[in-house]
Design a protein around this ligand. Structure first.
Ligand code: FAD
Length: 394
């Protein structure tokens, strides 16, 4: 079966409430004076940059976010697969004990709970569903690995349990072909988020705390001077700031191409997110928003769309193997994003200079790590610059 679907379209625009779309709009920096001054400038308006902005503004800094696109949702944050899961891009059993990466496991778990709680607040348009996630083992080796991973997660204070093939069948209400499943690891707190509703929520929190967010503000230079940093945009604006945080995300310096697609289909409400625990396959399947969204698999080469069709076809075939009711269906959305990815990529905040931080390493799993690191970077940069000014005034 050959596919006839437009590529490079994710389902998020079509499934996003109008009110949320309006919060993603940005004033263009072109209309602003040529010289601007703030305590903290943040380059990039994805999950990490917007979280940095909120934290810095709440800590008392005057804050600007400079976003290259003319609206929010054009980076990785606006084109991801919408799986909300704790942790980083490696099994907890591989994460070195006591390392900053291990600390991110518990921090993202905490952030997961706070996102779930926030979504319950009245008037909140954050679209998140705690449907759980299951890693499905179809081989004895994968089943053994899941046993170890489940134990390690429980030891780290996270919720995880081994469930049987019949449990999987019951949760998926007959939607999945569970014939090859041996056992599964169930992560009950995880689920699906509409990424644009999260971007709009983070942007509004930053705005409420006083941050300004401008679009059409591609940063082309960052120069040290006596007052801190001078940031220059492509359209000739000069922003003087005392501290700067780079949150330009993983679509810069790309090393691989990640693929995703969505079928418009009704998935039973109880069906969790799932993925094949065999590490050589690793497609992620995310029900929600009237679609089954699939991402992952092998990375392609960045900078070319020549192989997109064959990657998407393989992904569609893998989906139909799990979901027999899609046997004669074509995906309704297919997209691909060039990304900076590597097997040993760890999310981190890197000090680039005096009062200059960079949030890096978010790769293919970065929703919760991006928010956690953004909040840490915002608090840290504000503390650093305010500490300096109190030392000057005493
Ligand atoms: C297809 C796909 C599926 C994914 N699925 C998931 C998933 O299900 N769950 C999950 O947790 N993670 C997922 N991820 C990863 C996740 O989306 C990213 O890790 C996360 O969005 C990174 O956030 P960020 O804010 O660092 O970067 P971005 O969202 O990329 O934000 C960076 C922003 O900086 C702007 N920018 C860049 N350069 C400049 C400049 N010079 N001047 C001004 N602005 C600039 C960009 O326009 C962009 O808006 C997925 C990623 C992709 C691509």
């Amino acid at each position: 079966m050959t596919m006839k679907v437009p590529t490079n379209a994710a389902p998020w625009r079509d499934t996003c409430p109008e009110v949320v779309l309006s919060h993603l709009q940005l004033p263009a920096i072109d209309k602003m004076p040529d010289e601007l001054s703030y305590d903290v400038a943040i380059i990039g308006g994805g999950f990490s940059g917007l979280s940095t902005a909120g934290a810095a503004a709440r800590a008392g800094a005057s804050v600007v976010v400079l976003e290259a696109a003319d609206a929010l949702a054009f980076g990785a944050s606006g084109r991801n697969a919408g799986i909300l899961c704790a942790g980083i891009n490696m099994p907890i059993t591989y994460t070195p004990k006591g390392s900053p990466a291990a600390a991110l496991w518990s921090a993202t778990q905490g952030m997961l709970f706070s996102v779930l709680a926030e979504a319950k607040e009245s008037g909140c348009f954050l679209d998140v569903k705690r449907i759980g996630a299951m890693a499905l083992a179809t081989s004895k080796t994968a089943a053994k690995r899941l046993e170890r991973e489940t134990k390690a997660r429980i030891a780290a204070g996270m919720s995880a349990e081994l469930i049987s093939k019949s449990d999987v069948d019951r949760l998926a209400a007959g939607y999945l072909d569970v014939g090859k499943v041996i056992q599964a690891m169930m992560l009950p707190d995880e689920g699906a988020i509409h990424p644009w509703t999260l971007l709009a929520t983070l942007a509004n929190k930053a705005r409420k705390a006083g941050a300004q967010i401008y679009g059409n503000a591609l940063v082309v230079a960052q120069e040290k001077n006596s007052q801190g940093w001078l940031i220059k945009t492509e359209n000739g604006k000069r922003i003087q700031c005392r501290g700067v945080v780079s949150a330009v995300g993983p679509t810069i310096d790309t090393t691989g191409r990640i693929f995703a697609l969505s079928f418009k289909t009704d998935v039973p409400d109880t069906c969790p997110v799932w993925w094949d625990a065999n590490p050589y396959i690793y497609y992620d399947f995310r029900p929600g928003n009237g679609c089954l969204t699939v991402s992952g698999g092998r990375y392609g080469s960045p900078g070319t769309d020549k192989l997109d069709r064959s990657y998407h076809e393989k992904m569609a075939v893998a989906t139909r193997q799990w979901v027999p009711s899609l046997a004669h269906e074509q995906p309704d959305y297919c997209w691909a994003v060039d990304l900076h990815v590597a097997a040993d990529l760890l999310p981190e905040i890197v000090v680039k200079g005096v009062n200059s931080l960079s949030i890096q390493g978010l790769g293919a799993l970065g929703v919760l790590p991006g928010i956690v690191l953004g909040q840490q970077a915002g608090a840290q940069i504000t503390k650093d610059i305010l500490l300096k000014s109190s030392m000057v005034s005493t």
